[in-house]
Design a protein around this ligand. Structure first.
Ligand code: ZN
Length: 185
């Protein structure tokens, strides 16, 4: 499937021969999927071919499907209006190195916690001893929040600094620095 990317990161699906045209001022600019994908990775800043990252880790969907839940309905923002689509939310601003590297490792950790703790309904009186690695869990939660914020920028305008703060925390998410100051779980 080819996608056409317009100003502000809007995307629409293209047929095999459909042109993708956006008028910018007096000019008509033709965006092709290849040209549009040469942007900066949201996590490491490298410029190159970008890939699609699940906004919410893919294992959430696979676990739901396995449990027999019906197809996922996701909210998306198109031209300032919220619509609901029957698809998994993805965002195409992550390089393949980050996507298949640390982001995938964080999702694997999230899936492990999910299976061990989050997908279990305790009975009254059960005692749960929640064991976790602080930094890995914090990094996974931060990347989920950062993904959601980039996906729904319009909604996040209520918190003007939030996306910037999360962007500054990407070196920590990549496990290259110490946690941001005042980080609490
Ligand atoms: Zn990257």
């Amino acid at each position: 499937m080819r996608y056409c990317y317009g100003p502000g990161g809007t995307a629409r699906k293209l047929g095999s021969r459909s042109p993708c045209l956006y008028a910018v001022g007096a000019f008509l600019v033709i965006y092709t999927p290849v040209m549009s994908s040469y942007r900066k990775c949201a996590y490491c800043g490298s410029v190159g071919q970008l890939t699609r990252e699940h906004v919410f880790s893919r294992f959430f969907y696979s676990r739901d499907a396995k449990a027999g839940y019906e197809k996922v309905i996701s909210p998306v923002n198109r031209h300032g209006k919220e619509k609901f689509v029957q698809s998994e939310l993805t965002i195409a601003d992550v390089c393949s190195s980050c996507n298949s590297g640390f982001l995938s490792h964080l999702d694997q950790y999230g899936a492990k916690l999910y299976d061990e703790f989050f997908d279990v309904i305790p009975k009254p009186g059960d005692r749960i001893k929640f064991r976790y690695e602080f930094d890995v869990l914090a990094r996974w939660l931060l990347k989920l929040a950062y993904n959601a914020g980039r996906m729904q920028k319009e909604k996040w305008l209520k918190w003007p600094d939030a996306l910037g703060i999360l962007a500054e925390a990407t070196p920590y998410m990549r496990a290259e620095t110490r946690p941001p100051r005042n980080l609490r779980l």
